[in-house]
Design a protein around this ligand. Sequence first.
Ligand SMILES: [Zn+2]
Ligand SMILES: [Zn+2]
Length: 245
Amino acid sequence: MKLQFIGSGDAFGSGGRFNTCFHVTGSHINFLIDCGASSLIALKKNLINLNDIQTIFITHFHADHFGGIPFFILDSQFFSKRQKPLTIVGPNGLANWYKKVMEVSFPGSSKTKLKFEFSLVEINAGEKINIDNVVVESYQAQHGILNGPFLSYRLTAGEKVISYTGDTEWTDDLIHVGKEADIFIAEAYFFDKLIPYHLNLASIVQNLPKIKPKRLILTHMSDDMLGMLKEIKHEVAFDGMNVFI
Ligand SMILES: [Zn+2]
Ligand SMILES: [Zn+2]
C-alpha cells in the first residue's frame, strides 16, 4: 500500500504547500483523504490517474479540505471522462454541502447530470462502515461550532491502518483514532501554542505513549511551525512525499 501526500498545507498556503489531500493506493483500494481547493492542481502535478480513484473521504467542509470537489467533479465529467463510479464519504450534511459548494463554485453545476455513477455517503461520528474495500471508523473532531460536523478517521484496508486527525484541538478520542496505527497523520498547526480548534505538536507528543502509532507524520502546519522544522524530531510531511506501508 502506498500513501502520497498530495497536499500537506494549511488553509492559507503556508510554506507554498497545497491544501490537504492524501492519495492511498493498494491492490484493491484507491482513495483520497480530503480534497482541498488546490487539490486538482496538485493531483495533476503528481500525474495521478483521477479516474482510478474510487472514493474520497472528507473530514469536514472547510475549503482547504472540501473546496476541490467541484473542480474534481467537473473535470471527471468533461475532461478526464470518468466512467467508473465515484463515492464521496463525509460528515452528516454532505449532500447539502455538496450542492452548496457546486453552486457557489460553478452556478448551475449541482444540477449537471453526471455521466458516471456517483454517490454521497454520510457518516456520523461513532459510526463504522465498509466502503470500496476500506473499513472507515469516524470520530468527533473538535474544530469549532460553526459549519460542522468535523470528523477524524481511522481507515483500515486489509491489515493496514491509516489514521488522520483532521483539523481538531486535542480530544481523548484521538487516542482511539490513532491507536497503534501503521500511519497516524496528525495536524500540527503549532509547536506548543494552545489555540482553540487546532492541534499543536506538544499535545500530540504528550499523548504518544497512549496512542503508540507505528509511524507518526505531521501535516497542516502554520508558518510558525514550518519555521521551526529544524527543532522538530518527528517526521513531517511534504507535498509529493510517498510513504510505503
Ligand atoms: Zn484545514
Ligand atoms: Zn478546518
